[in-house]
Design a protein around this ligand. Structure first.
Ligand code: AHG
Ligand code: MN
Ligand code: MN
Ligand code: MN
Length: 332
């Protein structure tokens, strides 16, 4: 029988001094993901599809499931008594824990529902989370308290609602995967020592934006497309799921590189994806799986944010490929 998430956390507490409060936070995240998973499974039957009729701070039309998932996360995490502030893609500023509940020593950032455009077409979606240590533990946190680099993360992960619901987690000691047993509602450990090969033959990028990319990205992709007879001397395959969770999951399973570069349409935006609850947690997972993650200019985990919803360019996955495209940016 596989080990449950609870048993795994207990093992980490005794073997690696994992803080039981952090353990409790991860359990609360897993409970939120389980509840979201049940809603996702029922789709139209649970009345969770379609638009909410509101817009978030990013200027995106919120789907009902964006809002529902956010509420589930906020509720579960607040009750855990392990955080003193929460940042969500769907909410303008840091959220505090209701007064009657205890405050904890951690900060959490989450993308409650990633891949929103996939919700209504029944294609893989997910939730992403990043845990930071609070500089002022157990004191109500402000936006500024979150402005530290991703190197400070003490835990990060995502849950994917695909054909199976899987929770993928790191505490900075490698990457582990759990699969939700839908009959018992328990997350069971199904893979340890997840690793990403240095070389790759598969890439993911939204090519519809090609005309807007910067020169180094155009060069890198053009070379991949040349195939066997080109400078790279081999053929590359391409995938695009439009949910970062699913792209990262594929890379953790069978390798490859994922890119969401900045583009020339709006140079005030350094990219599309959000640093604190999309890029940072995925970068921590990648580095812990032996892969790499950069903005094209520097490691994602070294970026010190100026604001909580800051955006960033993302190149992550197979170390050799990420180094190559990062090198092209450096040369340019
Ligand atoms: P979200 O649904 O949380 O707003 O994130 C969507 C992101 C990311 O998951 C995905 O990689 C990307 O947007 C898809 O972008 P395109 O619409 O350009 O395909
Ligand atoms: Mn969104
Ligand atoms: Mn997202
Ligand atoms: Mn989202």
């Amino acid at each position: 029988m596989s080990m449950s998430l609870h048993q795994y956390l207990a093992r980490e507490e005794s073997l690696h001094d994992l803080d039981p409060v952090l353990s409790r936070l991860i359990v609360s995240v897993s409970e939120a993901c389980k509840e979201i998973s049940f809603k996702v499974r029922n789709g139209a039957l649970a009345g969770v599809l379609g638009l909410a009729g509101t817009e978030n701070v990013q200027g995106e039309d919120q789907k009902k499931l964006d809002v529902i998932s956010n509420d589930i996360f906020v509720d579960a995490v607040a009750r855990s008594g392990s955080v003193c502030g929460m940042v969500s893609e769907e909410i303008d500023h840091v959220m505090s824990v209701p007064e009657e509940l205890p405050l904890g020593p951690y900060l959490i950032c989450f993308d409650p529902l990633d891949g929103s455009s996939n919700i209504d077409i029944n294609v893989s979606i997910g939730s992403i989370f990043s845990v930071l240590p609070a500089v002022r533990p157990k004191r109500v946190a402000a936006d500024e308290d979150f402005l530290m680099s991703g190197r400070n993360q003490v835990a990060a992960g995502y849950c994917m609602y695909g054909p199976q619901t899987q929770l993928v987690l790191t505490f900075g000691r490698g990457v582990v995967m759990f699969t939700l047993d839908p009959t018992t509602g328990t997350f069971l450990l199904t893979q340890e020592n997840v690793s990403v090969a240095r070389e790759a033959k598969e890439f993911a990028i939204n090519c519809s934006n090609m005309r807007h990319w910067e020169a180094p990205v155009k060069r890198y992709i053009a070379e991949l497309l040349e195939g066997k007879t080109g400078v790279r001397g081999k053929d590359f395959n391409m995938r695009w799921i439009a949910a970062m969770v699913a792209e990262v999951h594929r890379i953790l399973q069978r390798g490859g590189i994922f890119m969401y570069p900045r583009d020339h349409r709006d140079l005030s935006k350094p990219g599309k994806l959000r640093l604190m609850y999309e890029a940072n947690p995925m970068a921590m997972l990648m580095e812990n799986a032996g892969g790499a993650a950069t903005t094209g200019r520097m490691p994602i985990l070294d970026v010190v944010p100026q604001k909580i919803h800051e955006r960033v360019a993302v190149f992550l996955g197979a170390a050799d490929e990420v180094e190559l495209v990062t090198g092209y940016h450096r040369e340019a």
